[in-house]
Every structure is written in structure tokens, then in C-alpha cells.
Design a protein around this ligand. Structure first.
Ligand SMILES: Nc1ncnc2c1ncn2[C@@H]1O[C@H](COP(=O)(O)OP(=O)(O)OP(=O)(O)O)[C@@H](O)[C@H]1O
Length: 231
């Protein structure tokens, strides 16, 4: 379980996150929702070591993970799939995946077959340039690259953004399979309510840099989620 307590974050003098506390259990999808600019990406950037936070604590299964660099966070088991995917256009699909090897011991540096079972298109396209892939294929590649690091926490920032419906379905199925393995906490930032509703076990609602509501899917309806977003 990932536990975040009273996290605050600033860009220069501007405070963006205020005392954010949340938990993300292994084997569940915790979906962070809120309108544009509330701080969802900033929260993932803080958890993945991409931006230093100014206060608060982060722990994984009880072990403190405070103030890690991006490389240290990756080695500690936190994988981040950024908004916009950040695939290397001039590396092949295989080479893009291999960039995930950096935080693994040499003996573990191979792409496990189950990743190609999850995203079969990547097996066919291993020698293609990252930049030649469609948006949906790039998203699958970005998730695969994150999974290669053997994460205990997977952070996904708007994986459906700009993606065609059939690939959205594939990504939804992949997230469900990863959740069902039970060994990974998945934090999903998502604005697509239908996708979020299908994927989530829990909802964390953000407003102006703070968490104002936690909802458990089994205790609410899709309409409750929409209503909470609109408030
Ligand atoms: N590098 C930065 N420097 C200064 N301000 C930033 C920076 N990145 C984001 N911000 C500001 O921080 C606030 C939160 O941005 P963030 O991207 O975390 O929100 P978000 O909820 O993910 O939004 P979106 O849904 O549009 O991606 C916004 O006001 C944004 O303009």
C-alpha cells in the first residue's frame, strides 16, 4: 500500500498541492479525478520523484520513500507513465522498452513474455521507430516500458487522452489484468468518466490542490462520481 500524508508542492512561490493525504492499496485501482489544473499531474510528479515536494511524507508498505529522485523512485518500485507518453521517437520500440532496464539488476534485463501478451502489437512492432507508432500504440509502449521496471506502484496519467476507442478498451483490459494480479497499486489520473468508472475501485476527488472527497466504487454510482466532479 502506498500512503501519502499531508503532501504539499510548490512551483517557485506558487503552492499547488495542499496537505494531500491518500492511500493506494495493492490490487486496486485508485483513480484521481478533478478538473483541469487542480494538481493531478503535480501529485504524480511528486510521487515519481519528478518534482520535489515541500512537505509531507510518502511510504510504501510502511517503508518511508521521502524525497527520492526519479531514478531512486523507479528503483523503489514506483513507475510513472506520463501524460503525453514521452516515447523516444528516434528509438525503436524494443529500444524504448529497454530504457526501463536502467533500474534493474543485469540478470533481470529482459522483456518478460507476459508484457507482449498484454500488448501484442508491441511484439509485432519491435523494430519500428517509436515516432512512427500511432498515439494508442505509443501509450501501450509507455505502459510496457513502465511495467518492465517491475513496479509495485504504477502511476498512469490520462492514458486515454487522444486515443481511439478500440485501443482505450485494450488499455482498460490491461489495467484490469494488472489489478487482478494483486501485487501492484495502480493510481490512475483520468478525466474520461466512463473509463474511470470501469477501471476504478476507489475515487479520490481533487479540488484546488487538495483532496476534498474519497469515494469507494462499491458504495456509489457513476452519477455520484459525476455529481462529485461537478461540485
Ligand atoms: N512546471 C510548472 N511551473 C509552474 N506552474 C505549473 C507547472 N506545472 C503545472 N503548473 C501549474 O500547476 C497547476 C496544477 O497543474 P497540474 O498539471 O498538476 O494539474 P492537472 O490537474 O494535472 O491538470 P490537467 O488536467 O490540465 O493536466 C496549474 O495551475 C498549472 O498551471
Amino acid at each position: 500500500m502506498l500512503e501519502v500524508r499531508d503532501l504539499s508542492l510548490k512551483y517557485g512561490q506558487s503552492q499547488i498541492l495542499y496537505d494531500v493525504s491518500m492511500t493506494a492499496p495493492a490490487g486496486q485501482v485508485t483513480t484521481v479525478m478533478g478538473t483541469n489544473g487542480v494538481g493531478k499531474t503535480s501529485l504524480l510528479r511528486a510521487l515519481s520523484g519528478r518534482h520535489a515536494y515541500s512537505g509531507g511524507t510518502v511510504a510504501l508498505d510502511g517503508a518511508p520513500l521521502d524525497h527520492l529522485t526519479a531514478a531512486q523512485a523507479a528503483r523503489a518500485g514506483i513507475a510513472y507513465v506520463p501524460q503525453g507518453r514521452e516515447v523516444f521517437p528516434m528509438l525503436t520500440v524494443a529500444e524504448n522498452m529497454e530504457t526501463g532496464f536502467a533500474c534493474l539488476p543485469k540478470a533481470d534485463r529482459k522483456v518478460p513474455a507476459w508484457i507482449f501478451d498484454l500488448f501484442p502489437v508491441l511484439a509485432e512492432m519491435q523494430q519500428r521507430w517509436g515516432g512512427d507508432l500511432s498515439g494508442g500504440q505509443q501509450q501501450q509502449l509507455a505502459i510496457a516500458r513502465a511495467l518492465i521496471t517491475k513496479p509495485r506502484v504504477l502511476l498512469l496519467d490520462e492514458p486515454t487522452e487522444g486515443i481511439q476507442p478500440n485501443v482505450i478498451q485494450q488499455i482498460g483490459r490491461a489495467i484490469a489484468q494488472l489489478r487482478d494480479r494483486g501485487d501492484m497499486a495502480i493510481i490512475l489520473v483520468e478525466q474520461n468518466v466512463d473509463f474511470a468508472w470501469r477501471a476504478a475501485d476507489n475515487f479520490v476527488m481533487m479540488k484546488r490542490g487538495a483532496i476534498w472527497r474519497n469515494m469507494v466504487k462499491s458504495d456509489c454510482t457513476r452519477d455520484d462520481v459525476v455529481a462529485a466532479l461537478a461540485l
